[in-house]
Write a protein that binds this ligand. Structure first.
Ligand SMILES: *Cc1c(COP(=O)(O)O)cnc(C)c1O
Length: 427
């Protein structure tokens, strides 16, 4: 570290020598992991480049559309670019999805019918899906349950791997199961993300029971972390958010769904309405940033991943329990840190906020966020509101007080933010 950097960290942020020592050691420990990540990034960059070239993307795809948005060629071609990247038949990529939950919800509502059953095979799904499915106590809000869609759940095994035996048994015993829901990322849990080969095992197991069960993957935070996506290895349907990995920090809002023609078409009728699907929807001039974000995404996702790995090591060296450890394989960009202490958790998040380019002067506090049962604290000094491909940390306020750190448009920012946050809890 150059002298001027050290001086600034010490004088401006009060980071002491002990923390800087940990930093040097952590950086040294993690660097060996990075060559393999750079090779994945390189391949995914080529994948995106190829897809854009094959679809002959040009300036004319960045134009605006209005009203119904019929024949918006920027929008329609981006769908095709995504379908190429995901190596599948079809995709819808839209700024009209308000977030990842909306894209996931559309995929579920579009493909399930009354008396069908969906099974989550990674334990409880991500918090915001509880209301969509109707497993949160059940106000009258039009959940899947209210429309007669049944729910079942298979827990992960003790070691965090899918319980294939139980999954098989459940599928064999219940003919009404129409969709298997697989969550790649950890969500607000304490487990490893599922690797592409873990996901393949679930899909192979499912298809061995009945070929027509839809294998649906919540791909949030997973894009471009591997050279394969779930659709490369047999998933029928995936969905995710554009303000996470695949938006590259540039795409201002939205979500995507990709998969088989049939599944994506069904989902598109819940993006809009039956009969209209993906053929309407003007794009307000955002197409350029949707393409540009996608183009940058392989790089940005790896910057974030490197940030997570460094954070894992430095927090571990500082004495905290972390998941995953720095030398474990990863399939998402999330780093979980267990504090066992409410105050430390809050201080950590406040530290990430302090280290943000936007709203660094603001102090984040736990609040009742829509869609979450517990209070949630979110440090997100981001250019795009709530963007978690930008350096961010969040946590539901519940025992054992785990913070989830993710993002960092640049590895350097992730390093600096983590240093500030660690220093804040140690002081
Ligand atoms: C982020 C996320 C979602 C969707 O969250 P939004 O805030 O609605 O975009 C769903 N599932 C998982 C696993 C996630 O990480």
């Amino acid at each position: 570290m150059i002298k001027q950097m050290k001086e600034q960290l010490t004088n401006k942020y009060g980071i002491n020598d002990a923390v800087l020592k940990l930093y040097d050691k952590a950086l040294n420990d993690v660097e060996g992991r990075f060559k393999a990540l750079d090779e994945i990034r390189e391949f995914n960059q080529l994948k995106v480049l190829n897809a854009m070239q094959e679809e002959r993307i040009s300036e004319s795809h960045f134009t605006n559309s209005s009203g119904y948005g019929y024949g918006d060629m920027g929008r329609d071609s981006l769908d095709k670019v995504y379908a190429r990247i995901f190596n599948c038949e079809s995709a819808i990529v839209r700024p009209h999805f308000v977030n990842g939950t909306h894209a996931l919800g559309s995929a579920l509502f579009g493909n399930l019918r009354p008396n069908d059953t969906m099974v989550c095979v990674c334990g409880k799904p991500y918090d915001t899906l509880h209301s969509v499915i109707g497993i949160d106590g059940g106000e009258r809000i039009g959940s899947l349950r209210e429309f007669g869609v049944h729910y079942n759940q298979v827990e992960l095994k003790e070691n965090g791997k899918p319980d294939l035996e139980t999954i098989k048994k459940v599928l064999e015993e219940d003919e009404t199961i129409k969709l298997v829901h697989i969550q790649r990322s950890t969500g607000y849990g304490w487990r490893n993300s599922l690797s592409i080969s873990d996901i393949k095992e679930i899909i192979d197991c499912t298809k061995s029971v009945r070929k027509n069960i839809i294998c649906f993957v919540d791909n949030c935070y997973g894009e471009f972390i591997d050279i394969l996506e779930p659709t490369d290895i047999g998933a029928d349907l995936v969905a995710g958010s554009l303000i996470k990995n695949i938006g590259g920090g540039i795409t201002p809002t939205g979500g995507y769904i990709a998969g088989t023609k049939e599944c994506v078409e069904q989902a598109s009728y819940r993006l809009t309405v039956p009969g209209i699907g993906g053929e309407c929807g003007s794009t307000f001039g955002v197409m350029r940033s949707m393409y540009q974000g996608l183009f940058l995404a392989p790089h940005v996702a790896m910057e974030a991943l490197k940030g997570a790995i460094l954070c894992s090591r430095i927090m571990e060296l500082a004495g905290f329990e972390v998941l995953p450890k720095y030398d474990e394989d990863r399939s998402d960009i999330i780093q979980a840190i267990k504090f066992n202490d409410k105050e430390k958790l809050i201080q950590f998040c406040k530290g990430i906020q302090m280290g943000s380019p936007i709203d660094s002067f603001a102090s984040c506090e736990p609040w009742d966020m829509p869609g979450y049962a517990d209070q949630v604290i979110m440090a997100a000094g981001a250019f795009i509101q709530g963007s978690s491909i930008e350096l961010s940390a969040d946590a539901p306020i519940r025992e054992p007080y785990i913070a989830y750190l993710q993002g960092g448009l640049t590895f350097d920012h992730a390093k600096i933010g983590t240093l500030i946050a660690l220093s804040k809890i140690l002081n």
